[in-house]
Design a protein around this ligand. Structure first.
Ligand SMILES: *Cc1c(COP(=O)(O)O)cnc(C)c1O
Length: 501
């Protein structure tokens, strides 16, 4: 019997025809369901993972990670090979970074972008050579910049005019030259969440291309043009080129293409004014992935070919040598490689007024089932931060009851602590069942917190039919480690007298 869609469900959510089926685009390639219904990854069963490592647990497919990294590398090298000899892919470490992942990135021939001293420390611990690393950030400290200069970083992406001077001066002080790119804002407002659109004017990142009278200098030069002049002049700076990153979780090609055209136009202006063709152009990351059935990401090959077309024709029109291109995908490499495994606990059903009935009659209510899990906003802040949607499946057995509209919630003391806002789960999903939430590889572990003194979960990597720990979970001792206890009180009643003696 087919189940009707709930009146409370969003329009994009469909009732699964086969509740045991996996929506392929949400999962790592090597995730499947065994004949007994248990989810497995590369043959490793989730009930074994839960037994060995506990829940919540981030489970990352190393094979899938490497394949996606190589997929971007190959697609862009193929598309741009004839134009500029190839593309440098820098994995955006902030999406998820530990030293093991840094090794994968490096072994697949990618560079690695960091945006803090801490991320840089992880990359250096993994032994990555400085020339394969980048440093971002809109407010880098002198210590971070100095560390980057000393490590011989491939590129320090200066975010402001004052940072250009700071990087140059620190390089001179260290007796070195810093490789610098300039982060520019081409005035593109990407269609994504307000907090992750990063190239329009009214946000904190980068230097504007606009020649607004209030930000232009006496010669009418934009902040971007002023930065180029300052960087070319500075003895401590080797100016590689310009950079933009228009935002994250973007599906439409138009924003990327517009940004590329504007930056190439700017490179032509630099050539006309200074007589130099800057050798590099970084087009950032931001490629969207599927979190639910409603998302349809474009394959890297399609993205690369479209971008190469735009870069090629624009350079021809401007009579500009095609600069060496680099890109910085984070989410699109690591996001789909990972699922979070939770254990279900408390469940309840509430009756919700859908608001569909006329005001004058009795409200018509519909059921919504709540399933609580043993994690939540501390291991995945994206629903709270961005209203992000996810999906979930029953992972430890075959579904035996009809799917019902459910909401997966965490164990934190906030009603906003939602893991999956809307999903159809079997109506008999109950305490002790394992649930798996796909697409949690990017910006989940890296944004995790200890809210409510809940320890951060471990991360296991699966490859070759084996699971191994790559980030250990926190313990109660970790949670208490920075708490400063009162020093033990001396038992002597005369201690006060002793102090005055
Ligand atoms: C975050 C970030 C990226 C990666 O964005 P994704 O959406 O994860 O691909 C790339 N470049 C810069 C400068 C960033 O800040």
């Amino acid at each position: 019997m087919a189940v009707d869609a709930s009146q409370l469900a969003p329009g994009w959510l469909t009732v699964p025809a086969d509740p045991a089926a996996l929506e392929r685009k949400l999962w790592a390639e090597d995730v499947s369901r065994g004949s007994d219904g248990v989810l497995e990854i590369d043959g490793v069963r989730v009930e074994d993972l839960a037994r060995e490592f506990g829940t919540p647990l981030y489970v990352v497919s190393e094979t899938d990670f490497r394949a996606r990294a190589a997929g971007f590398r190959d697609a862009f090298n193929e598309a741009f090979g004839a134009l500029c000899g190839g593309v440098d892919v820098f994995y955006a470490g902030k999406s998820f970074l530990c030293s093991e992942v840094a090794h994968w990135v490096s072994e697949e021939g990618l560079g690695l972008d960091t945006c803090s001293g801490g991320e840089l420390a992880v990359a250096l611990r993994a032994g990555l050579p400085g020339h394969r690393l980048g440093l971002h950030g809109n407010n880098k400290s002198a210590a971070e910049i100095t560390r980057a200069i000393d490590a011989g970083l491939g590129r320090i992406v200066a975010d402001s005019l004052s940072e250009v001077a700071m990087v140059g001066d620190l390089a001179v002080e260290r007796g070195r030259t810093a490789n610098v790119m300039l982060r520019l804002t081409p005035g593109v407002h990407a269609e994504t969440h307000e907090f992750i659109a990063t190239a329009h004017e009214d946000q904190k990142f980068g230097m504007s291309l606009a020649t607004d009278p209030d930000t232009a200098d006496d010669d009418g030069a934009s902040p971007a043009a002023q930065a180029v002049a300052a960087a070319l002049r500075h003895p401590g700076i080797n100016l590689l080129g310009v950079h933009c990153h228009i935002g994250s979780q973007i599906f439409e090609p138009e924003g990327f293409e517009l940004a590329a055209r504007r930056l190439l136009g700017f490179l032509a202006e630099v050539r006309d004014r200074h007589g130099v063709e800057l050798p590099e152009l970084d087009l950032g990351g931001g490629y969207g992935i599927a979190y639910t059935e409603a998302d349809t990401p474009r394959p890297p090959r399609e993205i690369a070919q479209a971008m190469a077309g735009v870069v090629g024709t624009t350079c021809t029109a401007l009579n500009l040598r095609v600069p060496r291109i680099s890109i910085e995908p984070g989410r699109a490499i690591v996001g789909p490689t990972t699922f979070t495994l939770y254990t279900a606990g408390t469940t309840k059903v509430v009756q919700v007024d859908s608001g569909a009935a006329p005001r004058t009659s009795d409200p018509v209510t519909h059921p919504r089932r709540y399933v609580s899990v043993d994690g939540g906003m501390s291991d995945n802040a994206r629903p709270v931060l961005y209203g992000a949607d996810y999906s979930a499946v029953l992972a430890s057995r075959l579904p035996t009851a009809e799917p019902v509209l459910s909401r997966v919630v965490g164990k934190h003391c906030e009603s906003g602590d939602i893991v999956v806002r809307d999903v159809y789960l079997p109506g008999d999903t109950t305490a002790g069942d394992l649930l798996a939430v796909p697409g949690t590889g990017a910006y989940c572990w890296s944004l995790s917190s200890n809210y409510n003194y809940i320890p951060r979960p471990p991360v296991v990597a699966v490859a070759g039919g084996r699971a191994r720990l790559i980030v250990r979970g926190e313990t109660e001792d970790d949670l208490l480690a920075r708490d400063v206890p009162r020093s033990p009180v001396s038992p002597s009643p005369s201690s006060g007298a002793e102090r005055t003696a």
